[in-house]
Design a protein around this ligand. Structure first.
Ligand code: BES
Ligand code: MN
Ligand code: ZN
Length: 502
């Protein structure tokens, strides 16, 4: 989809469809009032008939309004004005886009965020419209005939800005929003692809394709032989049970000062997790194709960063492997030696994410990182603890925690901090190795993070457990593209590119 901004007189805007917001009880927003005046009060007269109260997500299409250059007007309910927050704004936009997709209109002009939702400025609101709209029109179609695809897909969306002085920040919001939406879209598509298509090699090819597109992006893929040379015994042990070779994908974006330390993003790229010899139950096992969503969000964040052309150095690292039962697979009780030299007793082969991540995290040292953030669909326990709304955030670094939580809030892609106290470390004690790969029933998400912590002592580090947020199950089954928005926000803020908007 294409986006642009416009300012001037809304009533004179030629468009197949003008989208306006209405608050409960039929309260017109600032912009809408002008349109009403231009139409000689027809809008208020029609609303008075009671067909639209302004309830959140309600829509009403109006034809033939006098005094307007728009062919039709779509009113969308924004709920109570006092409750107009990010969530309600999103729902209103999604409802409007839903209606637009059913019309024969490839274009529309949207002016709903007036005033912007609570806690958001115009930049944030415009960006949110873009990301929400792009998410709403996304359809998975690679392996399925899309029978419900709109006949006239929405191609262009014009965002109305009432205040000329804010045009520049709206334009920046559009540029950033489009880049972030592209990153989310890539992460979703990769997540949705089945395990027999989206293999570790496929992920590596996708990364290479990104490298072709952007001059500042360099891709390097380590093969199993390279990993053996680096003595990545933990990562390789997981891959041994699979016929697909593991890949360690490294994506180097150089947009900053050559001497500036990079941010490093590490994502779990487990393209299918059957559990290995500690095999998972059959129910919903298909959803373990989403176990590479951390890795996909690294590709997504890199794409967003490339498209924004941010002045920063960013490295993406994706350990990619399958986890399957096989004669060569890890067995419970096996002991492997990680790249760090620490030995690990594998008490449960289904706790494989931490095994591939720990070697990737050790590898990160060579980048002399400013900070390392890893994201992984790591534990079912995190879903039990936090549900499906926030990602779990784990870090010993209070300042970094605050920075990441704030980025999540700003991007509408929230995380919630969990403890990472040393008190939990003893749960990983083993009689036969430096540590076990599981810590018992209690605090499963925390002990997983405690495990990773043992490999990240040399740099600032945070871990996001995205098991609850990376995909939706049930009827809406599909990847969400989270936490690409959070990561993009973090990188944007670190790059300093936001302040220049003013
Ligand atoms: N990929 C799973 C985590 C997962 C499970 C995410 C279900 C979302 C939904 C991970 O590899 C795993 O299997 N973790 C185990 C760890 C356990 C064996 C300590 C889990 O959570 O059950
Ligand atoms: Mn597992
Ligand atoms: Zn897994």
């Amino acid at each position: 989809m294409e986006f642009k901004t416009k300012t001037g007189e809304l009533a004179k805007q030629k468009t197949p469809c003008l989208v306006l917001g209405v608050f409960e009880k039929r309260k017109l927003t600032g912009l809408t009032k002008d349109v009403d005046a231009a139409s000689g009060g027809r809008l208020t007269a029609l609303l008075r008939k009671g067909d639209l109260e302004g309830e959140l997500g309600q829509t009403l299409m109006l034809y033939g309004l006098p005094g307007l250059a728009a062919e039709r007007v779509l009113l969308v309910g924004c709920g109570k004005r006092k409750e107009f927050n990010r969530g309600n704004h999103r729902k209103a936009i999604a409802a409007a886009i839903g209606v637009l997709q059913r019309l024969h209109a490839s274009e529309a002009c949207l002016a709903v965020a007036d005033p912007p939702p609570a806690g958001m400025d115009l930049y944030a609101a415009v960006r949110e419209v873009l990301v929400t709209a792009a998410q709403k029109v996304y359809r998975y179609s690679q392996t399925k005939e899309d029978k419900k695809a709109p006949k006239t897909p929405l191609k262009r969306l014009t965002l109305w800005v009432s205040d000329k002085a804010q045009l520049a920040s709206a334009e920046q919001a559009i540029q950033h929003g489009a880049a972030i939406a592209a990153g989310i879209g890539l992460a979703r598509e990769l997540g949705n692809l089945p395990g027999n298509i989206c293999t570790p090699s496929y992920l590596a090819d996708q990364a290479r394709a990104l490298g072709e597109r952007f001059e500042r992006l360099e891709i390097q893929v380590l093969e199993e032989a390279d990993m053996a040379e680096l003595e990545m015994g933990a990562l390789l042990s997981v891959s041994r049970g699979s016929r697909q070779p593991a890949k360690l994908i490294i994506m180097h974006y150089r947009g900053g000062d050559p001497d500036a330390k990079p941010i490093v993003l590490v994502g779990k790229g487990l393209t299918f997790d059957a559990g290995g010899i500690s095999i998972k139950p059959a129910a919903e096992m298909d959803e373990m194709k989403f176990d590479m969503c951390g890795g996909a969000s690294v590709l997504g964040a890199l794409l967003a960063t490339c498209e924004m052309g941010l002045p920063i150095n960013l490295v993406g690292v994706v350990p990619a492997s399958e986890n399957l039962p096989d004669g060569a697979a890890n067995k419970p009780g096996d002991i492997v030696t990680s790249m760090s030299g620490q030995t690990i007793e594998i008490l449960n082969t289904d706790a494989e994410g931490r095994l591939i991540l720990c070697d990737a995290l050790t590898y990160c040292k060579r980048f002399d990182p400013a900070l390392v953030v890893d994201m992984a669909t790591l534990t079912g326990a995190c879903v039990v603890a936090l549900g499906r709304h926030p990602a779990g955030l784990f870090t010993p670094d209070d300042r970094l925690a605050e920075e990441i939580l704030r980025a999540g809030e700003a991007a509408g892609d929230r995380a919630w901090r969990m403890p990472l106290w040393d008190d939990y470390q003893q749960q990983l004690d083993s009689n036969f190795a430096d540590m076990a790969n599981i810590g018992g029933r209690d605090a499963g998400a925390i002990t997983a993070a405690c495990f990773l912590r043992r490999f990240t002592k040399d740099y600032r580090w945070a871990h996001l457990d995205i098991a609850g947020v990376a995909w939706l199950g049930g009827k809406e089954k599909g990847s969400t593209g989270r936490p690409v928005a959070l990561l993009s926000q973090l990188v944007l803020e670190r790059s300093g590119a936001l302040k220049s908007a003013g």
